[in-house]
Ligand binder design. Structure first.
Ligand code: FES
Length: 106
């Protein structure tokens, strides 16, 4: 069997909704990858100075990539895999995981 004949099956393609906008996604992508593929570089702002935030570490450490997923706030977009029909929205400042102190990077 030649390498050309050993083709991988096509990954599942579907859409997710972000702030009312349909975005294409592929099975296996993180939500951050879906947003970046759509040209969206930031999806929340810092609480104090309202600076834009999106992907930073990409490995679940910094919490810069928070967003609301299917109504559950403060999900890390770099860790959550995309699934068909997900509804994403920008995380509002009142849903931050840290109730005291300033943003970690601002
Ligand atoms: S980008 Fe750092 S936790 Fe997601």
């Amino acid at each position: 069997m030649s390498p050309a004949q050993r083709s991988e099956p096509e990954p599942e393609r579907f859409q997710v909704a972000f702030d009312g906008r349909a975005l294409p996604a592929t099975a296996g992508q993180s939500l951050a990858a879906v947003l970046l593929d759509a040209g969206i570089r930031s999806w929340r702002t810092t609480r104090v100075q309202h600076r834009p935030r999106g992907l930073f570490c990409g490995i679940g450490i910094c919490y810069d990539c928070l967003l609301t997923v299917d109504g559950v706030p403060n999900q890390r977009a770099c860790l959550v895999p995309a699934r068909p029909g997900m509804t994403l929205s920008s995380t509002s400042p009142e849903h931050r995981p840290f109730e005291t102190g300033e943003d970690t990077v601002d």
